[in-house]
Design a protein around this ligand. Structure first.
Ligand SMILES: *Cc1c(COP(=O)(O)O)cnc(C)c1O
Length: 228
């Protein structure tokens, strides 16, 4: 299959994911709206385009440089793109991130919160923010520890960051349900929404109260293994 053949399935898969989201939301007895963040990392503009043509506007990338290479041109072609940063941010990239992203989901330490606040102040443009929580307490994984989350959210707010949700990626080798519940409980304590659930578990995340789901491969197909 060529890249174009693969991309041709994108609109259909996007539609299927949207239907599954609607069904999971209704099945959970919810009447609120779940926001789909279509995760476009590693995919070329031509592969992403059918999703934009089909009306998808909320998109996520993991890396500042990759997003910077792809999205300015796509934004010229499509109005109202809402670009989310999902991957770890280095403080020396805060300026570029603030200029490019509408939402930064990966605020996870004081140094980054401070760098975003300063960059936003300089640029006169403040992205919406989410705090990433290391919900499974994995040593190698980014995110603030669960017990430090409330104090960190307060600190971010004191710095002027408009924190609206907690984001987490549960451990890959464990059932996600208990982690989704833990994140939802923590978010309720903080008075925030949740960003949780990916291609393999977004319906379950919705059953556990997810407000934002981040779905990549179920829409765009599988990614090269090293990228991400
Ligand atoms: C890649 C990624 C996703 C999407 O993963 P899929 O399994 O392809 O849906 C969601 N969230 C984050 C933080 C990611 O890095």
């Amino acid at each position: 299959m060529t890249a174009i053949d693969v991309a041709n399935g994108v609109a259909e898969r996007l539609d299927a994911v949207r239907r599954s989201i609607d069904k999971a939301t209704a099945d959970a007895g919810r009447t609120d709206h779940v926001t789909l963040v279509a995760v476009t990392k590693t995919f070329e503009a031509e592969h992403i385009r059918p999703a934009l043509v089909a009306g998808q506007r909320v998109v996520g990338e993991n890396r500042v440089q990759e997003a910077k290479a792809k999205w300015p041109a796509l934004r010229e072609a499509f109005d109202d793109i809402e670009l989310h940063l999902l991957g770890p941010l280095q403080s020396n990239k805060a300026k570029e991130a603030v200029a490019l992203f509408d939402v930064i989901q990966s605020v996870d330490r004081e140094k980054i919160a401070t760098a975003i606040a300063k960059a936003a102040d300089d640029a006169g443009r403040m992205p919406r923010c989410m705090v990433q929580v290391n919900i499974g307490r994995e040593p190698q994984k980014a995110g603030i520890e669960p017990e430090e989350t409330l104090a960190f959210v307060e600190r971010c707010k004191a710095l002027g960051l408009p924190v609206e949700a907690l984001m987490a990626i549960p451990p890959v080798d464990e059932p996600p349900g208990p982690h989704f519940d833990a994140l939802a409980a923590l978010a309720a304590d903080c008075g925030l929404k949740t960003s949780m659930g990916m291609s393999g578990d977004y319906e379950e995340a919705i059953a556990h109260g997810a407000n934002f789901v981040r779905v990549g491969s179920a829409i765009f197909g599988s990614r090269p293994p090293i990228a991400g």
